[in-house]
Design a protein around this ligand. Structure first.
Ligand code: 13P
Length: 253
């Protein structure tokens, strides 16, 4: 019932030339080799968005941005608004990636405002949440993730929440090669779906996609993506290589 989603977060990687090369390879590979209904999203750096949008015309592959500002517009030098992202053809915006929570000190309250800006512009936020290793070792992972979700999302109405995608990205699994086990992921995804159900009801909760991210690779994607409550992947490192990214897509397609 939930359409699987595979998104590639390129982070701060790839020159314009290499980014265009990767996007066109993925576009052609997807059209040749993927026939099932999967939502495929490329999330390049801001500078590449407009060009990649033109390049993806006619393709099923969609475009996402890595961040946006929490205000609508104005004197915020160096920032990008959700409205500007919409004007270049973006469909999805990452909100709350742990690298921004950690390096830019983004709080749940700030992220709640970003979520509002994204939704106001008819775009879909991909809201990332996840615990650090210390938090997991202290046994606080469920509490921490619940707080990130409550404070970032639970101001939304029943209608608004249905346009949000969630992504569980345990910080200790990002870029480390140390993937959370399928059991750990499924337990967290189920817990989050139950929390969504308590707040918004079972029907809405069952319609919301919850992705997993953190060292997902072709060799572990199948096990993770087979779990009942894991609806797709948010891929970092393996999305920078067209064949690896496609292999992950093909585990569901
Ligand atoms: P890696 O796949 O490189 O661990 O990155 C995951 C991630 O942070 C995606 O947003």
């Amino acid at each position: 019932m939930r359409k699987p989603i595979i998104a590639g977060n390129w982070k701060m990687n790839l020159s314009l030339e290499h980014g265009f090369g990767l996007a066109s390879e993925i576009k052609w590979m997807v059209s040749d080799e993927v026939s099932s209904p999967i939502e495929i999203i490329l999330i390049p750096p801001f500078t590449h968005l407009a060009g990649i949008q033109s390049l993806l015309k006619g393709s099923v592959v969609k475009l996402g941005a890595q961040n946006c500002h929490h205000e609508k517009s104005g004197a915020y030098t160096g920032e990008i608004s959700a409205e500007i992202l919409k004007s270049v053809g973006v469909t999805y915006v990452l909100v709350g990636h742990s690298e921004r929570r950690i390096y830019q000190n983004e709080s749940n309250a700030l992220l709640a405002k970003k979520i509002d800006r994204v939704l106001e512009n008819g775009l879909k936020p991909i809201y990332c949440f996840g615990e650090t290793l210390e938090q997991r070792e202290a046994g606080n992972e469920f509490e921490i993730n619940l707080m990130q979700i409550q404070e970032g999302l639970f101001h939304l109405t029943n209608l608004q929440i249905q346009n949000v995608i969630l992504a569980y990205e345990p910080v200790w699994a990002i870029g480390t090669g140390q993937t959370a086990t399928a059991q750990q992921c499924q337990a967290m995804h189920k817990f989050v779906r139950n929390a969504l159900s308590d707040k918004y009801g079972e029907e809405i909760s069952n319609s919301i996609s919850i992705l997993y991210g953190g060292s997902m690779k072709p060799n572990n994607a199948n096990e993770l993506l087979s779990c009942e409550d894991i609806d797709g992947g948010l891929i970092g490192g393996a999305s920078l290589e067209s064949r690896a990214f496609l292999e992950i897509i093909k585990t569901i397609g």
